[in-house]
Ligand binder design. Structure first.
Ligand SMILES: C[S@@+](CC[C@H](N)C(=O)[O-])C[C@H]1O[C@@H](n2cnc3c(N)ncnc32)[C@H](O)[C@@H]1O
Length: 397
């Protein structure tokens, strides 16, 4: 046994343990105020975003080799350079415009994108970053100041969507998998239960509450079983109920342009496949992945895969046209990752070897190539997007 049950995870520092204890106290208070339990989405929201204490709100290094997990922009600058080609096409089509990046992590993607858009003579008027974490904002500013100092003046940080409307490109890389989800379980009595969170001893535990008829969850579950077949008793998974409001808010902001969403995920019937019986919930702590959200509270990332059929449906209902869906590998290939690799890497050098290795991580099926998908949405702009021209998986949605 370890301090975290049967999971063999490295212990946190005493400072981190203190922050986690305070966060747990607040979650207990929330549960007590609510009566007996809170939804898992509310628990996940507090664990990730509670001001000053949540995983994304407190100060620890999260992304990269010294953090808990690694994202595509951290793997290679070729990711941002490819994405810049897609953004350049969008801005070129519009004549001019802004870029709005959601959840910019360490700021590496923003720095790589800005440098490449500069090389392509296609800089946005403004590069807006909507970041909910004060700590990550500081890290992002530092990164851009270091890597693209001349371009820092174009960057503006926002803590909510812009008040006015914008034209341009909106980017969300590995953001949707950090949006709180509900967890659901089908009972042996064939009814669906919402897995809520209650206090138990010094920690937290699941408590199953029947999903009310006529609720958003009940409607979503009925749609899933209608499309993908009846699921067996004991089947557990996740559902996002926050997508439609998110896209409606985005549609109010984007007058014309495109949204690029890249994330871990798949189509509805792959997501809710009978064999995926324990869902997609995953926690990351110092490059170890496990499925227990009730340990290292506020110190570990909690994510769930993205149901891209639900995302596409919510985007469509919110006012967007769905113009492309493909794997990350095909998206990057269409945007010329192999040409960029050939230009950037001198064969036989250490740098050449590193870039080739990074390209493999981004594109191989067993790595990020097929588990990550790219979805393209447009609004007030009718054009195809180059990133989706190598292979279309739209029919899978
Ligand atoms: C896994 S990190 C990804 C970081 C970065 N995009 C990358 O690829 O390296 C998730 C990011 O999403 C942000 N985030 C989550 N929900 C958000 C929301 N509703 N609005 C803006 N950012 C959000 C988090 O603060 C965090 O920066």
């Amino acid at each position: 046994m370890t301090p975290h049950g049967t999971l063999d995870l490295p212990p946190p520092s005493s400072l981190a343990a203190g922050l986690s204890a305070e966060l747990q106290r607040r979650i207990r208070e929330e549960i007590s105020n609510a009566g007996n339990c809170i939804s898992f989405a509310r628990y996940m929201e507090m664990a990730l975003y509670e001001p000053g204490l949540g995983y994304y709100s407190a100060g620890a290094t999260k992304l990269g080799r010294d953090g808990d997990f690694i994202t595509a922009p951290e793997v290679s600058p070729l990711f941002g350079r490819c994405l810049a080609r897609q953004v350049a096409e969008i801005l070129g089509h519009l004549g001019a415009g802004d870029v709005l990046e959601f959840g910019a992590g360490s700021g590496r993607l923003a720095a790589d994108l800005l440098c490449e858009l500069d090389r392509l003579h296609c800089l946005p008027q403004r590069y807006l970053i909507l970041e909910v974490s004060a700590d990550l904002r500081e890290r992002q500013r530092w990164r851009i100041e270091n890597d693209a100092p001349a371009l820092l003046s174009r960057v503006r940080w926002l803590d909510a969507l812009p008040a006015g409307r914008i034209r341009g490109a909106i980017i969300a890389n590995e953001v949707l998998d950090a949006i709180p989800v509900e967890r659901v379980r089908k009972g042996e009595d064939r009814r669906w239960y919402q897995r809520c969170v209650r206090a138990a001893g010094h920690g937290f535990d699941w408590i199953d509450v029947p999903v009310p008829e006529d609720s958003v969850l009940a409607t979503a579950l009925a749609r899933i079983e209608r499309h993908c077949g009846s699921l067996p008793g004991g089947y557990t998974s996740e559902i996002s109920t926050r997508l439609l409001p998110w896209f409606r808010a985005l549609a109010d902001v984007l007058s014309s342009g495109a949204v690029l969403i890249i994330d871990y995920g798949c189509s509805r019937c792959e997501y809710y496949h009978a064999q995926r019986g324990d869902g997609t919930l995953l926690c990351h702590y110092r490059h170890r992945a496990h499925a227990d959200p009730f340990v290292l509270i506020g110190l570990q990332d909690i994510t769930a895969w993205v149901d891209f059929s639900a995302v596409a449906a919510a985007a469509h209902a919110g006012g967007f046209a769905v113009c492309g869906y493909t794997t990350q590998a095909q998206f990057l290939i269409a945007l010329g990752i192999t040409d960029l690799l050939a230009q950037a890497a001198v064969a036989g050098t250490r740098e050449g070897f590193a870039l080739a290795q990074q390209t493999r991580t981004l594109t191989l099926p067993g790595e990020m190539g097929e588990r990550m998908k790219a979805l393209g949405l447009t609004r007030g702009m009718s054009t195809s997007l180059r990133g989706f021209t190598a292979a279309s998986h739209l029919h899978r949605l």
